[in-house]
Structures are given as structure tokens and as C-alpha cells.
Write a protein of this length. Structure first.
Length: 296
């Protein structure tokens, strides 16, 4: 995640799991939300709070950057369990608090407005949240809508929305392969397969489909942002010239776990923003498309 942030990714899809979910006797409140993808036995990157501290460092060191975090609440943690890692990481003061939902007519501020108020973090969760107690912890379906996140290797991408339309559009552009784990089959990202779909032509083709349907992709989510033409494609979607704007906040860090990225819009299923795990500034408000990154 540190490399993704330094290379331009401005949205992260983070999947949180109970690493011992087979132990049904444990209370969820006793479990530390852990970054995994599909199953912790396949990819376990430790407590989410550790990576959120890196997000805090990045925001501290880069006052003109805006980051979106999508939290995929795989094991249905309660609001307190989801909120605590953000509080422990010191991120709450950065969090943007909308004054209404999309259905109620809420309009997103521009990036410039968010920067001027220093509210440069947007947190969207996959489960319904208590915004009275945690006004910054937003239920994603009140504000954003995604395309399919279950495209298998060899299948085509489209721009069919999986839920009711919203102001923010997440264009998922990653493929998965099925792996047998004991008696179960799980989806897992594959670097070579990702490289084949992270091409300029493939990304632009899906973006054009979304554009024709009136769904400009605010977030472009990919696996393995460093495979293919992701950053170039996002610049193209935004109709700007690609300029390398990497930072060196974590100059001594390497990509955690190699290039094991996952999809989602986030952990590092790359998701949205500044070029899908990439490099230009993305607009949460919907003017620019951004790259989102996943857990790896």
C-alpha cells in the first residue's frame, strides 16, 4: 500500500476479515479486523490499523492529496470494530462528513474544497453504518455504485451497475481465477491475467461503455496496478496528458508482499483514484477518474 500511495493510487479497497472465522465461539468484538483477500489462509496482511497508519502518514506529508478508502466488511464487523482502527490511526480528523445522502440530493465538494478544509479522507463501507455515532463512516451504497466484481478470466467487461445508480461510479476492471482450498473454491487474483486486461485498449473500452451509459468512472479499480497501462489509461479517461507525479513519502518501503494485489476497490484490489492505483489527482466529486488499489 505504501508503494501504491507513492506511485499515485488515491483510493484503496480494503477487505477486512476475522483471521480465525472458523472459531465460531469467539465474539466479533474480540477480533482484530485483518486485511485478507478471499481467505486469510491465501493472503493475510495483518491488522488493518497498521496500513491505516500509513495512510495517516501519507496525508500528513502530502497536504494536497485526497484519499478514499473502501472497506469491504467481509465478516460483518460492527460499526465500532470498523471505526476503531481509523480512530487508532488518527485519521478521523481528516474524514469528510457529508451533510446528506445521494438520494437526499447531496453534491460532493470538489477536491480543492476538501483540501482547503483539510477533510481529505472519504471512508465508504460495504455494510450499513450508524452515521449518528460515526458520521464519517459511510454506507457505500448511499453514495457509490459499482460494476460487476466477479468477472472471470476470459469474460468480457461491461458497465452494468449492480445496484441503484449513485453519484460516484466504480468501474471494476479486474479478473479472478478459482482456486481449490480443501473442500472450497475461492477467487484469487492472478498477475499474468491482470496484465492482459490492464491494457490501454481494454480499460478505455470499458470506460467508453460506461460513458455511453452516462456513468463516468470516478474510480477505476484494478489488480496489480503496476502491470499494464493503468496510469496511462486513467489519464486518457480524464482527457489529460499522463505526467509522472510520484512521491517519496515511503522511499525506503517496498510493495508489501510483492505484487499480490487484489481487486475491489482496494486492499489492493486496486480501486479508484488518482489513476487507479495510479498517478493523477482523482476527483471524489466526479470530475476526474482515479485509480484504486487493493491490499497488497
Amino acid at each position: 500500500i505504501t508503494q501504491q500511495l507513492d506511485e499515485g493510487v488515491r483510493a484503496l479497497m480494503l477487505d477486512i476479515h476475522d483471521p480465525n472465522s472458523t472459531k465460531f465461539s469467539r465474539k466479533r468484538s474480540e477480533v482484530v479486523p485483518t486485511l485478507c483477500h478471499s481467505a486469510c489462509m491465501l493472503l493475510n496482511k495483518g491488522p488493518i490499523v497498521d496500513q491505516l497508519k500509513n495512510v495517516k502518514t501519507y496525508l500528513d506529508e502530502n497536504p494536497f492529496e485526497v484519499i478514499t478508502v473502501f472497506v469491504e466488511n467481509a465478516n460483518k464487523f460492527d460499526d465500532k470494530s470498523m471505526a476503531e482502527p481509523f480512530e487508532q490511526a488518527g485519521l478521523v480528523d481528516y474524514a469528510h462528513v457529508p451533510t446528506a445522502t445521494y438520494v437526499q440530493g447531496y453534491e460532493w465538494p470538489t477536491l480543492g474544497e476538501m483540501i482547503s478544509k483539510n477533510k481529505r479522507l472519504v471512508v465508504l463501507a460495504s455494510t450499513i453504518t450508524n452515521t449518528t455515532e460515526y458520521p464519517w463512516l459511510l454506507y457505500d451504497r448511499n453514495y457509490a455504485v459499482q460494476t460487476s466484481y466477479s468477472v472471470k478470466v476470459g469474460e468480457n467487461f461491461d458497465c452494468k451497475l449492480i445496484s441503484d445508480d449513485r453519484s460516484l461510479h466504480v468501474m471494476n476492471h479486474f479478473v479472478s481465477m478459482d482456486y481449490d482450498v480443501g473442500l472450497f473454491s475461492v477467487e484469487k487474483p492472478d498477475y499474468n491475467s491482470s496484465a492482459k486486461v490492464n491494457t490501454l485498449d481494454s480499460l478505455i473500452d470499458q470506460a467508453n461503455q460506461c460513458g455511453k451509459a452516462g456513468h463516468f468512472p470516478n474510480f477505476v479499480t484494478v489488480d496489480f496496478f503496476d502491470a499494464g497501462d493503468v496510469l496511462l489509461a486513467v489519464a486518457n479517461i480524464n482527457k489529460v496528458n499522463f505526467v509522472n507525479t510520484t512521491t517519496s513519502t515511503f522511499k525506503e518501503a517496498t510493495l508489501d508482499g510483492g505484487s499480490e494485489g487484489s481487486s475491489s476497490s482496494g486492499s489492493t484490489h486496486s480501486a479508484g483514484v488518482s489513476i487507479a492505483r495510479g498517478s493523477s489527482h482523482a476527483l471524489v466529486a466526479g470530475i476526474l477518474s482515479v485509480v484504486a488499489g487493493t491490499l497488497a
